[in-house]
Design a protein around this ligand. Structure first.
Ligand code: AMP
Length: 431
């Protein structure tokens, strides 16, 4: 019996790779331009790190973590998100001694034992960005603007909506006051809520607001709104964030019931949503988590960050023709006809590759017709701008020449072997 991939886990096949590379390239470009630096983090951490940061009562910690004991008996967990590990590294390496905010990003796979469905996987990928040590509202606005800029560069911004909200903070007059009010309302309407929501009322009441079931929505849309309960500081912070967003020209809507699945969020939260992906409508989300770094034993630094779901972004990207492919390069297919021509072409192949051309070399054993057919069908051919074949048989070799054939049109010319590299490089390459 053949072995298949684990449920909810998928391969990214060669044909899809170009979109992934594009997403990652643009992410790096945009994040770099806002002064963010890359940090690369381990894929697994001590289990307690996630329990402490994400929250014991959250779905992630209660039911979605891939946790196991390693052979030394330590409990470790495949990271369900990147923020916790990033903050761990920030504290462990004393990164906070540098001028703040410290701006960092990372990218890679995350793991959650969720029910697999369209757009929801058990291994998925995120771009994760965090700015630490600064609580000014202009940073919140800059971060949201950067996220929108990333999508604008992918030509997706107009298909997404920026939703923002403030979750307030844990001062008694702020979110706790709201939580009490919300729990009272939810208890009073519990008989009209689904079972999951009813369970959450006491455990994680804000999260109830997130339920998508129509019968629950009818109740939840009329629930008290957190925005009406914000303390003066949180209300001012939210107002400023919106002003700076407007000054930057970032259209957004306030979604009073936007809450997020992780406990640590406070004040600014945001999501980029689309109507094009069905139930899994969020392509990115994030928010502020002042207090979390201290909770982990670090300095009392505030923090804000977001994560982009790469699978969902890739799903939104259109299939494009070769013209649109970035990093378009010249492709050369070297076709030796026989052993001696092969040996003559091998060093030429390396010279061309070192100058940035994409080069494939035949083995010298197949018939010319077969080789030309193969050249045209190479999967990478559609990624390449100009596609040339170089044909070198024993006769050409004896004359010190090669035939250069433009594959699409079939036009050919004869070129002296001594000038072959320059001739091909003239079509494109790098100095
Ligand atoms: P979160 O870390 O839950 O705030 O998620 C941030 C983003 O990651 C979401 O907006 C999704 O785009 C993506 N995401 C989260 N969970 C999954 C999953 N199980 N499969 C695919 N993408 C996900």
């Amino acid at each position: 019996m053949t072995i298949r991939a684990v449920r909810g886990v998928h391969d990214i096949l060669p044909g899809e790779g170009e979109k992934w590379r594009r997403v990652e390239r643009i992410a790096r470009d945009v994040f770099d331009s806002y002064g963010y630096e890359e940090i690369r983090l381990p894929i697994f951490e001590r289990t307690e790190l996630f329990a402490r940061t994400i929250g014991e009562a959250t779905d992630i910690v209660q039911k979605e973590m891939y946790t196991f004991q390693d052979r030394g008996g330590d409990s470790v967990t495949l990271r369900p998100e990147a923020t916790a590990g990033l903050l761990r590294a920030y504290i462990e390496h004393g990164l906070f001694v540098h001028p703040k905010p410290i701006k960092l990003y990372t990218m890679g796979p995350m793991f959650r034992y969720e029910r697999p469905q369209a757009g929801r996987y058990r291994q998925f990928h995120q771009l994760d960005v965090e700015a630490l040590g600064d609580e000014h509202a202009s940073l919140d606005a800059e971060m949201i603007a950067m996220l929108v800029e990333f999508f604008r560069r992918l030509d997706l911004a107009q298909r997404l909506q920026v939703e923002i909200n403030s979750l307030g903070d844990e001062k008694p007059e702020c979110r706790p006051r709201y939580r009490t009010e919300l729990v009272r309302y939810l208890r009073a309407n519990a008989d009209r809520l689904c079972e999951e929501c009813r369970e959450r009322i006491e455990r994680n009441p804000l999260r109830v607001l997130d339920c998508k079931k129509p019968e629950c929505r009818r109740v939840l849309d009329r629930a008290p709104a957190l925005g009406d309960f914000l303390c003066a500081d949180c209300a001012a912070h939210f107002g400023k964030t919106r002003e700076y967003l407007e000054a930057t020209g970032v259209p957004h809507v306030v979604s009073p019931r936007l809450v997020r699945g992780l406990d640590y969020y406070m004040r600014t939260t945001f999501e980029l949503t689309t109507t094009e992906l069905g139930a899994q409508n969020a392509v990115a989300g994030g928010g502020r988590y002042d207090g979390l770094i201290k909770l982990l034993g670090g300095p009392p630094d505030p923090g804000i960050g977001f994560a982009v779901g790469v699978e969902r972004v890739v799903q939104l990207l259109p299939d494009e023709g070769p013209e649109a492919w970035e990093g378009r390069r010249v492709g050369v297919f070297l076709i030796p006809l026989g052993e001696e021509p092969l040996k003559r072409l091998l060093p030429i192949a390396n010279q061309l590759r070192s100058k940035g051309l994409v080069v494939e070399v035949g083995h010298g054993e197949r018939k010319l017709g077969r080789e030309l057919e193969r050249a045209n069908k190479l999967p990478q051919a559609k990624r390449l701008g100009v596609l040339q074949a170089v044909i070198l048989g024993p006769d050409e070799l004896a004359r010190g020449e090669a035939i250069v054939r433009e594959l699409k049109s079939g036009t050919q010319r004869t070129v002296p072997l001594s000038g072959l590299v320059d001739e091909l490089l003239a079509l494109g390459g790098r100095a």
